[in-house]
Design a binder for this molecule. Structure first.
Ligand SMILES: [Zn+2]
Ligand SMILES: [Zn+2]
Length: 249
């Protein structure tokens, strides 16, 4: 899909789907999550106001990863079932990639959809055990389940590369391995999707000027901060989920 200018079906304010990968735009005037399909716009309901997470990141920041330029075009705040929340920032690349940038305990992770080898079947969410190695995920070192959880889509702003339904819950598992390897399994997809993360510094991805913020008054709960990687896993890769979601509509 290409750039689309439209009027918010809820408040009639001007909204714009700039990136081809954008599925949902959060109306800057009324906070309605507006999704687009080939035929029409759909009002998915209002998201909550973004809470101050004291992140150094903000929409519109531009960076590079492995020589590819990106811009932070959207952000979601996911509520952890233990009460905290975390941010996910969506990076739209000029070459068409979509990634997400998450922060956990002061470290940043850039994450991309990872297709599984043909025939691979992941354990079900209920069947997954903490501490279990998930050999189905292609990675040089084994990835072990660190956390299983449920998140809720609470707040969002900007352009979102998947169909974010305000208030919807999703199940995920976070995994870690040697050499700072991290992965997330997104059980809101069927079959579940895997996302592999690379730990990055903001300087490495061209965001070194983003202002670190004093974190003393951090509002994230201790429970959420205790997660090895409090990064819930929305479904990201644009082309895939566009097809999927369109077929769902
Ligand atoms: Zn609106
Ligand atoms: Zn968590």
């Amino acid at each position: 899909m290409s750039t689309l200018q439209a009027n918010c079906p809820s408040c009639a304010g001007p909204i714009e789907f700039k990136a081809g990968s954008t599925i949902v735009v959060v109306c800057p005037f009324c906070r309605s999550a507006i999704s687009r399909t080939d035929r029409a716009l759909e009002d998915l309901g209002k998201v909550a106001e973004i809470a101050d997470s004291q992140s150094p990141l903000k929409l519109g920041l531009k960076g590079t990863f492995n020589g590819n330029k990106f811009e932070l075009t959207g952000r979601a705040q996911l509520r952890h079932e233990l009460g905290g929340f975390w941010d996910e920032w969506y990076a739209t690349f000029s070459n068409g990639w979509v990634g997400w940038l998450a922060e956990a305990q002061g470290k940043f992770y850039l994450t991309f959809y990872q297709p599984l080898p043909e025939g691979s079947v992941l354990p079900s969410f209920n069947g997954l055990q903490l501490g279990q190695n998930v050999a189905e995920i292609p990675n040089p070192t084994p990835l072990m389940v660190q956390e299983k959880g449920r998140g809720t889509f609470a707040a969002a702003e900007g352009e979102i590369p998947y169909k974010l339904e305000p208030g919807e819950k999703f199940e995920y598992a976070d995994l870690a391995g040697k050499n700072n390897a991290f992965a997330t399994i997104d059980y809101s997809m069927d079959p579940p999707w895997v996302f592999l993360a690379t730990q990055v510094t903001l300087a490495e991805i061209g965001l070194g000027d983003a202002k670190p913020v004093e974190r003393e008054a951090r509002r994230i709960s201790t429970a959420a901060m205790g997660c090895p990687k409090c990064g819930g896993p929305p479904q990201l890769l644009a082309g895939h989920n566009r097809t999927r979601y369109l077929s769902k509509l």
